[in-house]
Design a protein around this ligand. Sequence first.
Ligand SMILES: Cc1cc2nc3c(=O)[nH]c(=O)nc-3n(C[C@H](O)[C@H](O)[C@H](O)COP(=O)(O)O)c2cc1C
Length: 156
Amino acid sequence: MKIWIVHDSHFGNGEKLAKTLGTALKKKREVFIDNIKNVSPEKVVSDSPDAIIIGTAARIFMISSASKKWLRKLKNELKKENKTIKYGATFLTHVLDKKVAKTWGKRFHKKLNGLAITNIYSEWISGQVKDKEGPFIDGEQERFEKIGKDLNDWMK
Ligand SMILES: Cc1cc2nc3c(=O)[nH]c(=O)nc-3n(C[C@H](O)[C@H](O)[C@H](O)COP(=O)(O)O)c2cc1C
């Protein structure tokens, strides 16, 4: 099984979350991780992954526009190539409380419904940072490891 994890990390926090999930999933699978600046939706689709995890960040009271654009291109590319991805999940890093960030996280996660993705993870994955440059608030790392294990069980 092949998994792509893409993120839009500016200060390294989203990248760290991506790597933690990647480590949990790596045991029986091939995992590729990169910034959306470096990897195109065309490249990801041409790899025919079984799963995709897309990370975004809250910026100026919105979801990062670069990641929304990337997701739109992924949707078009999957359609063009007539391909389906079996599993999809999303995460959002944010500085504001999870209750506030929930609106953005849910909105981004819902976008997966419009893509050729068969199984969508139960909910968006939250990663709260203490300050815009990080680090994550206490306990987040352990929570990411648990989510990684859960994703691992889910992607059978
Ligand atoms: C210009 C700017 C605007 C931001 N606006 C928000 C915001 O509206 N809400 C929020 O929760 N976090 C906001 N943040 C914090 C980012 O979510 C945080 O920097 C990011 O999630 C950290 O992840 P990264 O290290 O992967 O970039 C903002 C950060 C920057 C730089």
